[in-house]
Design a protein around this ligand. Structure first.
Ligand SMILES: [Zn+2]
Length: 289
């Protein structure tokens, strides 16, 4: 099981000869990408980083059972928080700097011989996603096989970010993007979320369940999540607040969703999403070998 350390199972805990051996064999590398961002009063700032790291860890385990070695990069967490930067704790890096940083990091991996790169992101901010997409396009122009690996909840967020903010579909084609279809198990696990507010986009039922199930030691012990009121009433209200830069006014605590509805069991959803992603990755690699 993935533990508290976001380095567990990543190349940061390997030696250089181990990295070299994996590169000689052309092992794919998963690159967790997220942010340090406010996640209401009860969840840690690194919630999205834990989410991206967890997905990569579970995918790696499932791939190992299929006999395929997959590396995980140290999580990248200096992301863009254009919508929640008004909260202390939301670390907001400019999209251009994030793009360039990602490109330099991915360039390093390519130089080591790790040229099959899969970005696993866990943050919906449109500007953050644009930085990732531009980094992928830059790497592809250099001939490196960098792919946006979309699965689970983030898939819908990325499409909505592009269509809502940039008024265009996600501008990645062919091998630049790998989408993982949802299995029946995942659909059933998603359906178990009550979604009492209709919206569960940030630090609500889903992400609270994630942390309760996988990283309980990071929960704020002094906060009773049952005392956090569900926010907001409608999607429209949320979109208007986001456009107006009024997230904090809409939700002074910082969540959009209903943390009180979270359960430890619902955090199992991440297993199912990771299974789906591993199946999609295995098929992607098989088709290109
Ligand atoms: Zn989050």
């Amino acid at each position: 099981m993935p533990g508290y350390s976001i380095f567990e199972g990543t190349i940061a805990d390997m030696t250089w000869p181990e990295v070299q051996a994996a590169a000689d064999y052309n092992a794919p590398i998963l690159v967790p990408v997220a942010v340090i961002e406010q996640h209401s009063r009860h969840l840690p700032l690194a919630t999205d980083t834990y989410g991206a790291f967890l997905l990569c860890s579970l995918i790696q385990k499932d791939m190992a059972e299929r006999g395929i070695q997959v590396l995980i990069a140290p999580p990248y967490y200096y992301g863009v928080n254009s919508t929640t930067a008004m909260f202390p704790g939301s670390l907001d890096i400019s999209p251009a700097l994030m793009r360039d940083m990602l490109v330099e990091i991915l360039d390093n991996y390519a130089r080591w011989g790790l040229r099959r790169q899969f970005i696993v992101n866990h943050h919906g901010d449109p500007q953050h996603n644009k930085a990732i997409v531009e980094a992928i396009q830059t790497m592809r122009a250099k001939g490196v096989e960098t792919t946006y690996f979309l699965g689970g909840m983030i898939q819908g967020f990325v499409d909505a970010a592009y269509e809502g903010t940039f008024k265009t579909p996600l501008p990645l084609t062919g091998d630049e993007v790998l989408r993982s279809p949802e299995s029946e198990l995942t659909k059933a696990a998603t359906a178990r979320l009550t979604r009492s507010t209709g919206l569960d986009v940030h630090a609500g039922e889903r992400e609270t369940s994630l942390i309760m199930r996988w990283f309980p030691e990071t929960l704020a012990g002094s906060v009773d999540r049952h005392e956090l009121a569900a926010v907001p009433e409608t999607l429209r209200e949320f979109q208007e607040a986001e456009k107006a830069g009024a997230w904090r006014k809409l939700s002074p605590d910082g969540h959009i969703g209903d943390p009180a509805k979270a359960t430890r069991d619902n955090g199992e959803l991440y297993w199912f999403e990771a299974f789906d992603m591993a199946a999609a990755l295995a098929a992607f690699l098989r088709a290109r070998d």
